[in-house]
Design a binder for this molecule. Sequence first.
Ligand code: TRP
Length: 433
Amino acid sequence: MSTTRFLTGITTTGTPHLGNFVGSIRPSVAASLTPGVQSFYFLADYHALIKCEDPVRIQRSTLEIAASWLAAGLNPEKVTFYRQSDIPEIPELTWLLTCVTGKGVLNRAHAYKASVDKNTAAGREQDDGVTAGLFMYPVLMGADILMFKAHKVPVGRDQIQHIEMARDMAASFNHLYGEHFVLPEAAIDDHVATLPGLDGRKMSKSYDNTIPLFSSRAQLQKLIGGILTDSRAPGEAKEVEGSALFQIYQAFATPEETEALRKAYADGIAWGDAKHLLLERVDQVIAPMRAQYEELIHNPARIEQTLLAGAERARALATPFIRELRSAVGLRSLLQASTAAKPAKAAKAALPAFKQYREADGKFYFKLVAADGRLLLQSTGFDAPKEAGQAIAQLQKDSAALQTLAPRLAPVDGVEAAEVTAALQALAEAATA
Ligand code: TRP
């Protein structure tokens, strides 16, 4: 049986909260125990530098996140658990990928675009306050993923675009230099709950509505006491719909327990009593881990050692791989026989490529991407994948189809029609050659 490699990173800027536990830590630890799966989990501290300029906080967060994952049952013997900045091959790969990534592709990254839109709305210069680090974020993430040939990357929906970009980087590199990278896919678990926070919005550090995973019991009690409820009195029936308290309970309880609370809501349980039930249920799950956590957090030497051992295992893969990649691109000893860049490969390398994908709106799209990753052509949404495929086939056969298909194509900034025509002609010629 072939193994599937899972890989995910956790940015080291904050303290893990119950939402992180339910949404990421708990399912990841469970997945790491599945047979036939090889997992890589790492602390993305290079990524942390992009949003945090407080060295103490980054160090503290690294310690807290590592201790949380270990306390939650991650087995560092079974999983490759490491700190990104212990792997110098990752920034090195970032550069190799930077050189096959179109700048235009990065211009369209959601996080960067959001900053630009914010500046524009405020009447500021579009890149005001935007670091090159933020702009390059997807390339660093691509290096994380491609370095370990991950097949599946469990992430939140907000990260899907980054995985697609990593795929495109891998494909461009493979086109140019031969098959070195595995094309990764996002793994989105729809069964995993998004936990509401104290105010009912998604639990998130940016809303300041979190319950830290390893609060003391007293702290936990205080925070749970502050969960927003409505003003229904004891004895009055209560709605589970939209109740943050109920949803958090559900994430920690068995289905039977959840049913019992649903009934208690209908029977008019007092909010104070419901909060007490929640406290007991959450604490029952957390308490055993809390002891572990306390022990770990007071023993940073042990965590440091665990992370260094993980880095050693990760580098056992990364070091030979980066050597292979360096050689593939021509960064190699002058004594090495020059094998690469077979002409056929080189000719193929210069070709643009069509890519088909589905968007969140459920429609099917395609795009034409130049060999350097630049977007040349972008379709509008098709209802069926077959329609998109047929449009591609027409364009591949004859660039004149550009005219007939014009209504199905969206404009792309800064690309001239002649360039698109030339790209299509190159494709058509390669097909008949
Ligand atoms: N960007 C991810 C986040 O904010 C963290 C991350 C960094 C990551 N590198 C990664 C996730 C590689 C998956 C794979 O959640």
